[in-house]
Design a protein around this ligand. Structure first.
Ligand SMILES: *[C@@H]1O[C@H](CO)[C@@H](O)[C@H](O)[C@H]1NC(C)=O
Ligand SMILES: *[C@@H]1O[C@H](CO)[C@@H](O)[C@H](O)[C@H]1NC(C)=O
Ligand SMILES: *[C@@H]1O[C@H](CO)[C@@H](O)[C@H](O)[C@H]1NC(C)=O
Length: 357
């Protein structure tokens, strides 16, 4: 027996029973699924032991957002007279059609919004027939694909800390579920570090270390679609004083793998022999001479310094966005190297020149 047959069979039984039990109101479907902005029609069918009743009142209501609030009235139909009252809020957007002889009432939305994602009730009042089921409910499920999740790092991404990677889609109906995965540089899935927990899109990483660094992917899924976001986590030694950029090594942007590397170092252009060891563990993608553009020159260098190069070995395009001078012209500021890999991955290396003076 198909569902349709079952429903028909059920209605047949109920209609037979209604002769004894009285009124019975039933939705054609217990749930209606509709994409946001699409139209939908919900139908309820009623049986009555007073089929020739001169008076029939059919009302459509919906559950309020807050269950303690009274129901929202949508429309009421009065027979005879065929008067239909639609609540002003719904006027123009819904139509109610009623056929007393066929014992059907329908409510049509021309275009559903997330506001219509609720439980609706159809109630029928017939004088002299008040025993039975005078009302029934149906859920209107408005479907919205999940939006690209927004991912963040909570806590300082420094050795020994506990951090959370959060992932949340701004919209999605039914509410999306989230799943984190980890990959190495060759896109091979990796297990999470020990003691990692995941709950509602929050991946909690315990006692993070250099090994915790890597690619993390969050996928937001509901019954319509899945959307992923990739982020790169770089965990730094705790000694590094890199300010506000420290914790958040990953960001979000649609379809983009964003790699943000913060490097702390003394690569002042005047000190080519500056102690490289300070970069040490911190640098993840530093297998390149970071400052190809180092030249002795004073004065305005900003524009001239952009000697973008492609490092043959790593495939990174190095783009110098340095701002080596304070507004007052003194040496200082920041050295910023934008690294763009052939694959489209990007990274930013920021050196605070002042720190090395
Ligand atoms: C990470 O999430 C857990 C559980 O939600 C919370 O107890 C903890 O304080 C969070 N940690 C950070 C660093 O935000
Ligand atoms: C954190 O990890 C380090 C090694 O990476 C280990 O020496 C230390 O004992 C760990 N701390 C805790 C609280 O597990
Ligand atoms: C995210 O990473 C996975 C595996 O590393 C890859 O298959 C996928 O194409 C990436 N997605 C985006 C949007 O970069």
């Amino acid at each position: 027996m198909g569902t349709g047959q079952k429903v028909t069979f059920g209605l047949y039984i109920l209609s037979a029973l209604s002769v004894i039990l009285g009124i019975n109101v039933e939705f054609q479907q217990p749930e209606y699924e509709v994409a946001r902005d699409d139209p939908v029609t919900m139908r309820c069918i009623f049986q009555t032991k007073k089929p020739n009743s001169p008076t029939v009142i059919i009302s459509w209501t919906a559950d309020a957002d807050d269950p303690t609030e009274p129901q929202i009235t949508i429309g009421t139909f009065y027979h005879p007279g065929n008067q239909i009252d639609i609540t002003s809020e719904y006027e123009g957007r819904v139509t109610m059609t009623n056929d007393v002889a066929a014992r059907i009432s329908s409510l049509s939305f021309s275009r559903v919004t997330m506001q219509d994602n609720r439980v609706f009730q159809c109630a029928v009042k017939i004088p002299g027939d008040n025993d039975g089921q005078p009302a029934d409910t149906a859920r209107l499920l408005v479907l919205v694909a999940p939006s690209v999740p927004v991912c963040n790092v909570q806590g300082a991404a420094e050795y020994g800390h506990n951090i959370n990677l959060t992932c949340k889609s701004a919209e999605g109906s039914p509410p999306p579920t989230y799943k984190w995965e980890r990959f190495d540089t060759r896109n091979i899935p990796q297990p999470f570090p020990p003691r990692t927990t995941e709950s509602n899109g929050v991946l909690s990483l315990f006692n993070v270390s250099r090994e915790t660094s890597g690619y993390y992917k969050c996928t937001s899924t509901n019954k319509i679609r899945s959307v992923s976001y990739n982020m790169t986590l770089s965990v730094m030694p705790p000694s590094m004083n890199i300010g506000s950029t420290a914790g958040i090594i990953g960001g979000c942007a649609a379809g983009l793998l964003v790699l943000l590397i913060v490097v702390y170092c003394c690569c002042c252009r005047k000190k080519k022999n500056a102690p490289d060891h300070e970069m040490g563990d911190a640098v993840e993608f530093h297998d390149k001479p970071p400052l190809e553009t180092e030249n002795e020159s004073d004065g305005i260098r900003y524009g001239e310094s952009r000697e973008d190069t492609i490092n043959q070995r790593t495939g990174y395009l190095l783009e110098d966005r340095s701002d080596r001078f304070d507004t007052d012209g003194r040496q200082g500021g920041q050295t910023q190297i934008i690294m763009t890999h052939r694959s489209g991955r990007q990274g930013i290396a920021i050196y605070d020149n002042r720190d090395s003076i």
